[in-house]
Design a protein around this ligand. Structure first.
Ligand code: SF4
Length: 223
């Protein structure tokens, strides 16, 4: 276990004040709010208050948060958000391993009067070796094993002219690629974490007990 070192470049994760939220404490010396240019703050404020898509998304997100705080699940929050941004066609970029959850979610969206369209991560069915992944790195070496194709997932949903896309359990990195190539705004229903039943916060909640291996710097630098 390594000794904790002084952080030379602190940022919000090292702030004990969080004063930007309610103005009930002090700003620290390294505060991102104090460092931000007033013109930039004003530019973002104007964007959120404006008539464009960014403003619509920002106000809908805040309204869902405030109105339903702690009272509805993320499934329901996505429906409430979709209604508020007038999204009807909802793209679902799903992982193969979460297809049953996706079937349920699509059913819920239909019940809510929305129009889901799903694209599985294996769309295009390109073998992993064809993108330069060695056979021995496959989950089952010696077999056909399709690579995830998040760019094709995004392009298929772009062609379907979805209004909002929802990630259901894409892998770390595949989600980044999907988001980069999606035309529609992207939100997440399920964040994949195979070890914790898709609840990555569990690793943080158990950092000093079941997950303490994560605090071993040698091991972590070697991952
Ligand atoms: S913006 Fe300033 S007050 Fe807010 S969390 Fe960051 S450092 Fe703390």
């Amino acid at each position: 276990m390594g000794k904790s070192r002084k952080i030379e470049d602190p940022s919000c994760s090292e702030c004990g004040q969080l004063n930007c939220y309610r103005h009930d404490k002090q700003y620290p010396s390294f505060c991102a709010t104090e460092a931000a240019s007033p013109a930039l703050v004003e530019d973002t404020r104007r964007t959120y208050a404006g008539d464009g898509l960014d403003g619509t998304l920002a106000r809908a997100a805040a309204e869902v948060e405030g109105r339903y705080y702690g009272r509805i699940s993320r499934c329901e929050e996505i429906v409430a958000f979709a209604h508020r941004i007038a999204a009807r066609r909802i793209g679902i970029a799903t992982c193969f391993g979460l297809i049953e959850e996706t079937r349920l979610f699509a059913k819920i969206l239909r019940l809510a009067g929305l129009d889901p369209v799903t694209v599985l991560c294996k769309v295009g069915s390109v073998d992993k070796e064809a993108i330069g992944i060695a056979d021995e790195t496959k989950i089952r070496p010696g077999t056909f094993e399709a690579a995830c194709n998040p760019i094709l997932q995004a392009r298929t949903l772009n062609a379907a002219k979805t209004d909002l896309n929802v990630i259901v359990g894409l892998c770390v990195g595949h989600d980044a690629l999907f988001t980069r190539h999606s035309d529609a705004p992207v939100t997440t229903l399920i964040t994949k974490d195979r070890l914790t039943g898709h609840n990555p916060a569990v690793a943080l909640y158990t950092l000093h007990s079941y997950s303490k291996r994560i605090l071993d710097p040698e091991r972590m630098r070697d991952l």
